[in-house]
Design a binder for this molecule. Structure first.
Ligand SMILES: *Cc1c(COP(=O)(O)O)cnc(C)c1O
Length: 355
């Protein structure tokens, strides 16, 4: 049996799988309404919002693309600092939208003042930001960037919190985020196939006036159905059973404890890297707390290390994503990982390194 420590999909607990295998229910009945309502309070708390949580049966890209199509009437500014954020710009272009980007080197963070300078050029009505760029392990200054975007009336902010949701606070309402989204296979530790998202009232106002929103990803359809604790089309009901289980776990642990656990666990991996001379790919102050991306030292045989870790111990870490594949390696501490499970990984990695 092998165990995933890659930054998504991540390891799913047997308890979650057990919760998911409850008998099927119809999605237009009261049982489903109760299920849908049951996950709302904790999802809202994690998002820092009073807005309802919508459940999209799609991976994160479904809602990332939908945000562009529902909200961009003029021109979108994509903030690009890695594989996922760069691709959001490509998706805007392939959706036929007017789009511009701020591009920084992979491994760097987006600077709020650069965003201000670009928005001052005018013409934009939407900004996309990836809070935690999973490909590079960089966590952007969400509060700083949100504050800048908020100072431009009529510019909405979409935030991808796929690998940060439930690992760090996101404070949607306080920061004035208009769409917040998270695929469930990363920090929420569910199997892939669903995305949780929230829309501000301003986002829904904008969407209403947008032609050609289609049906499956129409934010107005999600909002209408959420009023009845429902979804526009048949949702991944088993995943929602799993989500209910995860939300119960979060409630039992306490949100603040969950955030503290991620921070402490991430620090264990950082300390391991320091001990072996593996530098962090992210700049100081912008390191993710849900995963760590290490820069491969020149004389280090990374692929042999990863292979041997799997062969000897069954632990799977990731050897880099996109154009930094082979040059970096990534370790996730998302979801249910704790001090003991990370210590087991550290011991195994030390064994492979012969130290
Ligand atoms: C994994 C990931 C995505 C893409 O998610 P899919 O589930 O493949 O659609 C988007 N954004 C971030 C930050 C991610 O980590």
């Amino acid at each position: 049996m092998s165990k995933l420590y890659i930054p998504g999909p991540i390891n799913v607990s047997p308890e979650t799988f057990a919760a998911m295998s409850r008998p099927m229910i119809g999605h237009r009945g009261s049982e489903f309404e109760v299920l849908y309502a049951s996950v709302q309070p904790m999802l809202k708390e994690l998002a820092g919002t009073t807005r309802p949580a919508y459940l999209s049966t799609s991976s994160a890209w479904g809602v990332m693309e939908a945000s562009l199509r529902n909200l961009c009437a003029k021109k979108v500014l994509n903030l690009c600092c890695g594989a996922f954020s760069d691709k959001w710009y490509d998706v805007a272009r392939s959706s036929g939208l007017a789009a511009e980007k701020i591009q920084v080197e992979w491994g760097e963070a987006i600077c709020p003042e650069t965003v201000r300078a670009k928005l001052e050029e005018g013409g934009f009505d939407l900004v996309t930001l990836i809070h935690n760029e999973t490909s590079t392990g960089v966590m952007n200054d969400l509060a700083g960037i949100a504050k800048v975007v908020k100072s431009f009336p009529g510019v909405l902010l979409v935030v991808d919190s796929v690998s940060s949701f439930s690992a760090v606070p996101v404070n949607m309402d306080e920061l004035g985020i208009d769409v917040l989204l998270a695929g469930v296979q990363k920090a929420l530790a569910l199997p892939p196939g669903m995305t949780v998202f929230f829309c501000s009232e301003a986002a829904l106002e904008r969407a209403k006036a947008q032609p050609n929103r289609g049906y499956y990803f129409d934010f107005i359809e999600f909002a209408k159905n959420a009023e009845k604790n429902n979804t526009p089309s048949t949702p991944a009901i088993s995943l929602i059973f799993g989500l209910q289980h995860i939300m119960e776990n979060v409630a039992a642990e306490g949100v603040a404890n969950r955030y503290a656990r991620h921070k402490a666990n991430n620090a264990m991996i950082h300390a391991w890297g320091d001990r072996h001379g593996f530098p962090n790919f992210a700049p100081a102050g912008n390191e993710s707390v849900s995963l760590t991306c290490f820069k491969k030292p020149d004389d280090f045989d990374q692929s042999a290390f990863i292979k041997e870790l799997k062969a000897r111990h069954g632990f799977i870490i990731n050897g880099g994503y996109g154009k930094i594949k082979g040059l970096t390696f990534r370790i996730s501490n998302m979801g249910n990982e704790n001090a003991a499970t990370l210590q087991a990984l550290i011991d195994a990695m030390d064994d492979v390194l012969g130290s």
